[in-house]
Design a protein. Structure first.
Lengths: 375, 320
C-alpha cells in the first residue's frame, strides 16, 4: 500500500554564519564555531573533521565549506524524518542570482529595494541569453553522494527569471514596434523563450545524471494576472518539460490561487502542486481550517493531481504543534481526498534559524504520522 | 508651449546607503549614524537633479519605506500591517489597517527643507483612491466616507507643504489604472469629488499621476477632474489610444521607463511628444519618468534623469 501523507521540504534552509563567512573568507568567531559544533553533535557529524575544514587553509576550502553545509542540511532533514529532500540550497547564493550568474547574457545591476531595509539583486538581459555551463549538475551529483534518500531538486522557473530581469537586449531588438506596451510584451516573450531553451540544456544533463523529480519554483507567477501573461507562463512550463519523462511539480507561493487554478490544467506535465496555505489558515475555529477551502478552486477547474498545500508557515517563529499539523492534514483530506495530500512547509525555511526550522519540521513529520494513524 | 521636467516619484537609495541600512538592520550601526547617512544621500540625490536642470526637484524620499507609510505611521487609528505585493512588481508595501476614523495633523511626510532651499519643489503623496484601495478598512461602513476623510487629511498636508514652499504636488494613483483595482463609473465620480475636496483652496499645482496601467479607458473622465496635470505611463498606455484626446490640462508624460535599465532613444520619445502636440494643445508638457525610479539602482536612475532633461531641452529647441 502506498504511504499516505508523504513529507518533504520545499527548498531552502538558512545558511549558517560559518557557511557565509567561510565562503567569503571572513574570520569565524567562537559563536560561529559553537553553532557548527552544536549541530554536528545533534546530527552525528564528525565535528573535528568539520572544524578542520572551517579553520583550515586548504585551496579547496570554499568548496569544502559548501559541501559541509549541504551535509548539515541533509542531516537536519533526515533527522526530522522527511521522506524527500534536497540540500537546503546551500550551494546557491540565491534562487535567482545563482542561475543568472551562470547563464550567458545577463549583467547584475545591484541591490533593489524589496521592502523596508530589505533588498534583492536584479540583472539586465544585455544580449541573447544562452547556456554557458552547468549550474545545478555538480551540486546534484555531490548531494546524491551525501545521502541515500530520494531527492527532489528545486529548479528556478523561466517565468520568474524573466519577470525579475530588466529586458534590455530584446526591447532594443524590437525597436520597430511603435507601441511601447506591445514592444515590451514581444520582447518579454522572446526573452522568456531564450531562457527556456537555455534551461532545457541543463535539464537534459540533470535527467542524464539521474534526477527523477524536479520542482519548478515559480514565485512570480500571477504577479501579472492577465491572460496574456498566464499563457506565457504555461507555454514556458510546457516547453521546458517537453520530451522529458521524469516527475515535474510546481511550487508557487504568496500568489493568487484563483488565477493559478484556471491555468494549472494547461500544464501538461504537472501532476503535483506545492502551495502555501498554512499562512492563510491563521485563525482556525472549531476545528475548521477554512484557510484551506480555496484548494477546491483547483478541483473546480478540473485539476486531478496531488497537492502539498503547505502545513507550516515559514514567515513566523511560532512553532506549530504536531496536533495543529495533524488537524490541518485531516481537514484537507476531507476536503480533497486523503490520497491527494502530501505534507510540506509553505515554502523554503531560509528565513528561520535552524533551531526553529528543525522544530517546525519535526512537528510536521510527527503531525503527518499521527494523521496516518487517524485515517 | 511650456515644457518642463520632473521625476514622477521616489528615487532609489544609492548603493552605499543601502549598505548602511543593511548594517542598521543587523544592529551594526546606530540610528544616529543611519540618519546622518540619509542626510548625506539626500544631498546627493538633490544635487543630481539640480545638475541635470530638472524643473522640479524632490528630496528622493529615501527614508520613506513606501508611498503609504507616513499615512499609516502617523494616523493613530491606522495600524501597520503585513507585507503585500506592490502591484505587479517584485516589491512590497505594508498594508494600512484602518481601525477608526482617520484623524491627524500635518506634517505626515518628512521634508528636508534646509537641503532644498531655492529650488522649485515637488512633493509625492498617495492619491486617495490608491491609499483606500490598498488599505484594509475595518471601521468605515461607507467606503465613500473613508475616501473623503483621507482626502481631508491630504488637503491639510498639501496646505502645509504649500506653506513650506512646495509648488508641485504629485498624487500617485496607480490603483486607478491597474487592471486588478480598476474603479467602476460610480466610483470614478466619487473619486473625482474626493480629489476636488483635497484640491480646494490650494494654489499648488496638482498632478494626478497614473502608472502601472492603461489610462485611456478613463481618460475622458480624468480630464474633467479638478487637477492641473494628468500623468500617463506610456509603457502601459498605448499612444495610439491617447493621442486623440483633447488635453485641456497639462500632461506629465511618463516617457522614460523607470522599470527597465535600457537607455531610451530621446529622438523616438520626442517624436511622441511632437505627435501628441499635432493632435492636441495641452496647457503644458512635463517630461517625466513613467513611475518612481526606485525600481532601478541609483546609477541607472541618474542616467534616466539625464534622459528626461535631454528630451526636455531638445523638445524646447524644436518648439522654439
Amino acid at each position: 500500500m502506498t504511504k499516505l501523507f508523504k513529507t518533504y521540504e520545499t527548498g531552502s534552509l538558512a545558511k549558517p554564519s560559518w557557511r557565509t563567512k567561510g565562503f567569503t573568507s571572513r574570520k569565524l568567531n567562537k559563536y560561529d564555531l559553537l553553532h557548527a559544533e552544536k549541530w554536528a553533535k545533534k546530527l552525528d557529524i564528525n565535528y573535528p573533521k568539520a572544524e578542520k575544514i572551517l579553520l583550515g587553509n586548504s585551496p579547496n576550502k570554499k568548496q569544502a565549506i559548501i559541501e559541509l553545509s549541504s551535509l548539515y542540511a541533509l542531516k537536519i532533514f533526515e533527522k526530522a524524518g522527511l521522506d524527500y529532500y534536497y540540500n537546503g540550497e546551500q550551494w546557491r547564493v540565491e534562487m535567482y542570482e545563482h542561475i543568472i550568474r551562470n547563464l550567458d547574457g545577463f549583467k547584475l545591476r545591484g541591490w533593489i529595494k524589496s521592502f523596508d531595509y530589505r533588498y534583492f539583486k536584479k540583472a539586465s538581459a544585455i544580449k541573447k541569453i544562452a547556456y554557458k555551463k552547468p549550474f545545478y549538475l555538480e551540486e546534484y551529483e555531490l548531494t546524491k553522494k551525501q545521502t541515500n534518500k530520494p531527492l527532489k531538486l528545486p529548479f528556478t522557473g523561466p517565468y520568474t527569471l524573466t519577470d525579475w530581469t530588466y529586458n534590455e537586449h530584446y526591447e532594443k531588438k524590437h525597436i520597430e514596434i511603435k507601441s511601447l506596451p506591445r514592444r515590451r510584451y514581444e520582447a518579454r516573450k522572446e526573452l522568456l523563450n531564450d531562457i527556456v531553451e537555455a534551461l532545457r540544456l541543463e535539464l537534459e544533463k540533470l535527467v542524464q545524471a539521474g534526477v527523477n523529480w524536479l520542482q519548478i519554483d515559480e514565485p512570480a507567477v500571477t504577479t501579472k494576472e492577465t491572460a496574456e501573461e498566464m499563457e506565457l507562463f504555461t507555454e514556458a512550463f510546457n516547453r521546458l518539460t517537453e520530451g522529458f519523462s521524469i516527475t515535474f511539480s510546481l511550487h508557487n507561493c504568496f500568489s493568487n490561487y484563483d488565477i493559478l487554478a484556471e491555468y494549472v490544467t494547461s500544464l501538461k506535465k504537472c501532476n503535483h502542486l506545492s502551495l502555501e496555505f498554512a499562512q492563510r489558515d491563521l485563525i482556525s475555529e472549531n476545528g475548521k481550517h477554512s484557510g484551506y477551502d480555496q484548494l477546491l478552486v483547483f478541483l473546480d477547474n478540473g485539476y486531478k493531481g496531488t497537492f502539498a498545500p503547505g502545513f507550516i508557515d515559514v514567515h513566523t517563529d511560532y512553532i506549530e504543534s504536531s496536533k495543529l499539523v495533524m488537524d490541518r492534514i485531516l481537514y484537507v483530506s476531507d476536503l480533497v481526498g486523503k490520497d491527494k495530500i502530501w505534507v510540506s512547509p509553505d515554502c523554503g525555511l531560509r528565513t528561520r534559524t535552524w533551531d526553529v526550522a528543525f522544530q517546525k519540521l519535526c512537528n510536521l513529520t510527527e503531525g503527518a504520522e499521527n494523521a496516518r494513524k487517524k485515517v | 508651449m511650456i515644457v518642463e521636467s520632473s521625476v514622477s516619484g521616489f528615487l532609489p537609495r544609492p548603493q552605499w546607503l543601502i549598505n548602511e541600512t543593511r548594517k542598521f538592520d543587523r544592529h551594526r550601526i546606530t540610528k544616529e549614524t543611519l540618519d546622518a547617512a540619509f542626510i548625506k544621500s539626500t544631498k546627493e540625490v538633490i544635487k543630481a537633479q539640480e545638475d541635470n536642470d530638472l524643473s522640479f526637484v524632490n528630496d528622493g524620499y529615501l527614508k520613506q519605506q513606501d508611498l503609504l507609510r507616513p499615512f499609516t505611521n502617523k494616523i493613530r487609528t491606522v495600524q501597520v500591517g503585513q507585507l503585500y505585493r506592490w502591484f505587479d512588481n517584485n516589491t512590497f508595501y505594508r498594508k494600512p489597517f484602518i481601525q477608526g476614523k482617520l484623524v491627524g495633523f500635518p506634517p505626515f511626510t518628512e521634508t528636508f527643507l534646509d537641503l532644498l532651499e531655492g529650488k522649485r519643489l515637488k512633493a509625492i503623496l498617495p492619491a486617495p483612491y490608491t491609499y483606500c484601495k490598498l488599505s484594509s478598512n475595518e471601521f468605515y461602513e461607507d467606503e465613500e466616507k473613508l475616501l473623503f476623510d483621507f482626502a481631508e487629511i491630504l488637503r491639510d498636508e498639501i496646505e502645509f507643504l504649500e506653506k513650506q514652499g512646495y509648488e508641485y504636488i504629485q498624487l500617485s494613483d496607480p490603483a486607478l489604472v491597474f487592471h486588478k483595482t480598476l474603479p467602476d463609473k460610480d466610483d470614478l465620480r466619487t473619486i473625482g469629488k474626493a480629489i476636488e475636496l483635497l484640491a480646494e483652496g490650494t494654489n499648488a499645482r496638482i498632478c494626478l499621476q497614473t502608472f502601472f496601467g492603461d489610462v485611456s479607458p478613463i481618460l475622458s473622465e480624468l480630464l474633467e477632474w479638478k487637477v492641473d496635470d494628468i500623468g500617463i505611463d506610456f509603457y502601459e498606455s498605448d499612444f495610439e489610444n491617447i493621442k486623440e484626446y483633447s488635453f485641456t490640462k497639462g500632461v506629465s508624460l511618463g516617457l522614460v521607463n523607470a522599470r527597465n535599465t535600457l537607455k531610451e532613444n530621446p529622438t523616438e520619445l520626442i517624436d511622441i511628444c511632437q505627435e501628441l502636440l499635432s493632435y492636441s494643445n495641452p496647457e503644458r508638457l512635463v517630461i517625466s519618468t513613467n513611475c518612481d525610479l526606485d525600481f532601478l539602482t541609483w546609477d541607472t536612475a541618474k542616467s534616466k534623469i539625464t534622459t528626461v532633461t535631454t528630451i526636455e531641452k531638445k523638445l524646447k529647441g524644436e518648439l522654439s
